[in-house]
Design a protein around this ligand. Structure first.
Ligand SMILES: [Zn+2]
Ligand SMILES: [Zn+2]
Length: 348
């Protein structure tokens, strides 16, 4: 019994001792932290002591990097625009740029399509005299690629590629979005262009005045400061940008319109010449020529863009899409999206 009591009292003593040690340790830790805080505070105070320092000065100093950033970033934007205007430019500009880059990349990397070299059941309308192989309808020989190209439109030096059955849509979309981008740049930068143009005119006037000062020594008034090299380069770059954008918009716009007219008629650039000749020939005989590959204005566009449902206008036209054109380019069957079948196709 006694031994039990002794053991119990020993355990209790041990517990009390542990509690005392823990309390002492906690107290020591708190004391150390307090000492560190005082030391740090004194150190910081001695290093940064200023009789004018108060909480406002400290806050201002802390926010200084943010003020600097805002000043330097907003300077690039110039005048502060409303949020809707900024959102429009950010959204439209990036969408247009994405569409240009996507269609350009696809137009240069997608092969236009060539007739098979091996024997096949392809319905050929003639034999290519250069390839010495069967030539399907709408295919033509490209003297630069030295190959026959399916539904050949033309060989594009800007793409370094032939425009044919598989990349015709990419080529046209690239031209369209590039024209839209140039028009957008031209309109958006009109005010900046006018300012830069006026600045260049002012610069010319200043240079003229400086020359007059040099010639007339009796004129002692200090001449006004001229533009720095950076300012001149900036103004000239803006003028160059605007002139380049407008020129490309006009030239490429005309090309895009021409191709749009061809697509509306359901013919390629090469077929345009062939069809015109055929039209004139039949006209002399009192007959009317009809393009066998045209399904009607609206249907031609739908076939060209690969639009089968209403949703495709968004997913295949307004967004980057890698869908393939209708058919293989070897034979020209009736496309499924065209509801009204026309008379059997003739080969050209
Ligand atoms: Zn050929
Ligand atoms: Zn070619």
């Amino acid at each position: 019994m006694r031994s039990r009591q002794r053991a119990f009292s020993a355990v209790m003593r041990l517990c009390v001792k542990c509690l005392r040690v823990g309390r002492r340790r906690r107290f020591r830790l708190a004391w150390r932290l307090q000492q560190l805080w005082r030391y740090g505070h004194l150190c910081l105070g001695s290093l940064l002591y200023n009789s004018f320092t108060n909480s406002d000065v400290v806050l201002d100093s802390l926010f200084e990097p943010i003020y600097w950033l805002v000043d330097h970033v907003t300077r690039w934007f110039g005048v502060t625009y409303p949020p809707g205007w900024i959102c429009w430019h950010l959204a439209y500009g990036h969408w247009n740029l994405l569409m240009i880059l996507f269609h350009y990349y696809m137009a240069i990397t997608t092969p236009p399509g060539h007739p098979p070299q091996a024997k096949s059941n392809t319905v050929a309308v003639s034999i290519c005299r250069k390839c010495i192989s069967p030539k399907p309808a709408r295919a033509h020989h490209c003297s630069i690629c030295n190959r026959c190209v399916l539904k050949m439109d033309h060989h594009c030096p800007w793409l370094n590629n032939c425009v044919g059955h598989y990349n015709h849509r990419y080529f046209f979309s690239f031209c369209l979005f590039m024209t839209m981008g140039c028009v957008y740049c031209g309109i958006s930068s009109w005010d900046i262009f006018r300012e830069a143009y006026a600045a260049i005119q002012r610069l010319k006037l200043l240079e003229k005045e400086t020359l007059q000062v040099a010639a007339n020594q009796t004129y002692y008034q200090t001449p006004p400061p001229t533009f720095s090299f950076r300012q001149r380069a900036f103004h000239k770059s803006i003028v160059y940008l605007w002139v380049l954008c407008s020129s490309v918009a006009l030239a490429l716009g005309a090309l895009t319109l021409w191709h749009a007219a061809l697509i509306t008629r359901g013919e390629t650039s090469i077929e345009r010449h062939i069809n015109n000749k055929e039209r004139q020939r039949l006209q002399k005989k009192g007959r009317v020529f009809r393009n066998p590959y045209s399904y009607g204005t609206w249907a031609n566009w739908k076939v060209f863009l690969g639009v089968d449902t209403h949703r495709h206008w968004l997913t295949r036209v307004l967004l980057p899409s890698t869908h393939l054109p209708h058919g293989t380019g070897l034979s020209w069957d009736h496309p499924p999206c065209v509801t009204e079948p026309r008379t059997p196709l003739l080969a050209i």
